[in-house]
Design a protein around this ligand. Sequence first.
Ligand code: 3HC
Length: 383
Amino acid sequence: MKAEDVKNIAMIGAGDMGHGIAACCLMGGYRVVLRDIEQKFVDKGMAGIKASFDKLKEKGKMSPEAYTDALARLIPMVDLQAAVKDADFVIEAVPEKLDLKKSVFADLDKYAPKHAILASNTSNISITEIATATSRPEKVIGYHFFNPAILMKLVEVTKGGKTSDESISIAYDIAKKIRKVPVIVKKDSPGFIYNRVNEPTLLLVSKILEAGHPTPEEFDAALKPVMPMPPFELIDYVGIDIAVHGMDYFSQVLSKDYKPSEALMSYLKSGNLGKKTGKGFYDWSKGRPAIDLSKATREFDVNHLIALQVNEATKLLEEGIADDPKEIDLAMANGGGSPFGPFVLAQSIGYNVLLAKLEELHTKFPLDVFVPTKTMKAGNIKV
Ligand code: 3HC
């Protein structure tokens, strides 16, 4: 099969990510089946796609013809077998639980045509492991989009242990066709590139909550002037449940340091998960929270976060997960709202400045994850 042969895409999961990815595929000209386990979830996803397209049409970024054409190619469905029966390419975006993903992949393998590629939008979980639920591991790939999928450019295309080069190349071409920036992740590893590099920031957030100061608003106020969404607001936007599941997974497979603090867990337990429930660290009931910049803490600044990112990015190089710092920068600049990747930033700010920031954090929170790597100390990566 070649990328040009792919006409039908089945999107399994119509939540925040599922409906956003489906919208991107529609804009790329594909026929898209949107499937979820209950009609009400499918309806919500359909409404989300329409709302996004309405916004684009109002702003003149989508013509009335393109709008009608795209929505005519969207097919809602609840029956999984029917949803994938004609699919050439299936993208799964169901909750981040390995057992659930494996059972979905076993069904996809049973019902999708033999030639179909099965892609997972997992944020962190091993593609090699998910592929064991199928009889076609060479056709199983990671295909990780970023929230909001309709706007964020990055797609991490991950090679599992048995994925064929052909599957990677088809997935890469499809990502280009839907106007994304694909980055191939050569080694299947927790969090791939983007989430791995950002996970230490989640750890910092978890520890700050445990320490009880600064408050989420004081912390975010110090960072908001230089970030489209500071960390606590972004976690609320993506979902506190998603952040906790990610940290849990990292604590099992990478470092015990990542075990979410009780203070962070209390949000999960209370059901206040952020934007989607109307309340998390902030109140979202009236839209995006207004962060009072006058409350900014002086204890933390953006260089602390950049130091954490650069240090973690050097681990990707040291562990052979990526071999080109430019690819890491490309991923980091396109996954979120930042114009620059960590290595470009390190070069302009100075590795010595960032090393001092990292050491400050490590003194405050003596965690292995915050220990500077050899490469960070050497400070000689040029991009
Ligand atoms: N559909 C269509 N258009 C949309 C939209 C949607 N769902 N949401 C926002 N927009 C448009 C707005 O209409 C606006 O358009 P305009 O510029 O033409 O007026 C534009 O996007 C900007 O939106 P807003 O003015 O509402 O607000 P912002 O300027 O703050 O942008 C944002 C919103 C793009 C979300 C920005 O805050 C941002 O980049 N945030 C960071 C997001 C990020 O880091 N994502 C990665 C998260 S990690 C992840 O996903 C990994 C996973 O594994 C967990």
